[in-house]
Design a protein around this ligand. Structure first.
Ligand SMILES: [Zn+2]
Length: 363
């Protein structure tokens, strides 16, 4: 262990010390020393969360993935120990790169012409152009902060903060679902945050939740979708045998589905919310925008819609027609099952059912 620690300190001392290395815009593959997999992983993780925003005043010559000789980044101890650290220090007052003689006179450091050529040839042309634009040279300005004092550094080197370190990575990994743009072109006013979290407000099996998920992501297996994978599928609707089976038809316009939704609307108007109106959009996404005072009403409406979509799905695969009274029976059974659960979501659903006197005759 002691030897390991010793090697570790030795390795990083060849790169200006660990503290300096952490500040550099390094690339693991280009560092000119052999690293253990552990160190590679650790340095990679750091480079992913510590942002090296380009700044001419903090652009280091050393361990810089953009400044390479034979595909490896540079580190020269004698330069580093003489405080030659920044690219800006390599320019004279006119904004030109030093020539060898000027350089030796300026820094008074014994540097071989070969070393000089390696470093100066490695500076990318774009960077040279950029520094030329600065009329007053930035040389002699040496800004080296301790990376451990930065907010990211404080988080990463405090061992109790694993969860927070994880969230640093996750902040950068947020991707927006491709379907959002697709639907936003067709439907206005979708509150996506609520749409995504809606099924998780209830105690439901994944089988129920995934129907909505598949419909929203446009891969619910209606026949017009399946025909993409097998050309000779008969695409007529399983329920009515008349129209092509699209999501819109199966879950909304098909004759038997329509009468199911009519039954559901009547049930909701009679028992839960007397101003209830249902559109196809609400069937797909659920109700997400409503007056706050109707929160309880729409909590139950959304639950019924989720279960109804699952019921239609089951009817399709069992080859039976959706009928409202059969669905109502299923709903009743579901509520009855919930009443035995102590799960918070179940308790909330049961509480609201008894508030609206739904299925209270079960007991
Ligand atoms: Zn149909």
């Amino acid at each position: 262990m002691y030897l390991y620690m010793y090697i570790c300190i030795y390795v990083f001392s060849n790169l200006g010390g660990l503290t300096f290395l952490l500040l550099c815009n390094y690339s693991i593959d280009r560092i000119p020393v052999a690293l253990s997999n552990f160190h590679k992983q650790a340095l990679l993780a750091w480079s992913l969360i510590y942002k090296h925003n380009f700044s001419p005043t903090k652009y280091f010559i050393w361990n810089n993935k953009d400044i390479c000789f034979k595909r490896k980044s540079l580190f020269l101890n004698n330069w580093f120990n003489n405080d030659i650290i920044l690219v800006s220090q390599l320019f004279n007052k006119e904004g030109q790169l030093f020539n060898y003689q000027e350089f030796v006179n300026h820094f008074k450091v014994p540097v071989t012409p070969k070393q000089f050529a390696i470093v100066f040839d490695a500076i990318p042309t774009g960077v040279v152009m950029l520094y030329r634009a600065y009329s007053s040279p930035l040389s002699a300005v040496k800004i080296v902060n301790d990376p451990l004092d930065t907010p990211v550094g404080k988080l990463c080197f405090d061992q109790k903060n694993n969860r927070k370190i994880r969230s640093l990575f996750q902040n950068d990994c947020v991707s927006v679902s491709y379907v959002i743009a697709l639907w936003n072109n067709i439907v206005n006013d979708i509150c996506w945050v609520k749409t995504w979290s809606l099924p998780n407000r209830y105690l439901l099996t994944n089988k129920v939740k995934e129907i909505s998920f598949k419909i929203i992501h446009r891969y619910y297996p209606v026949k017009t979708v399946m025909v993409r994978y097998k050309k000779d599928i008969d695409v007529t609707c399983t329920l009515c045998n008349m129209h092509p089976e699209t999501v819109y038809h199966l879950f909304w316009t098909c004759e038997s589905t329509r009468s199911l939704w009519q039954g559901i609307c009547r049930f909701i108007l009679d028992n839960i919310h007397d101003k209830f109106v249902l559109c196809f959009k609400d069937v797909i996404f659920g109700f997400t925008l409503y007056e706050q005072k109707f929160e309880k009403e729409f909590y139950l409406c959304n639950l019924i819609i989720l279960l109804a979509k699952f019921y239609i799905h089951k009817c399709k695969f069992l080859n039976t027609r959706p009928v409202f009274c059969a669905f109502k029976k299923e709903l009743e059974l579901y509520i009855k099952t919930l009443s035995t659960s102590s799960n918070q979501k179940a308790v909330k659903t049961i509480m609201l059912c008894s508030k609206f006197e739904l299925f209270t005759e079960i007991e």
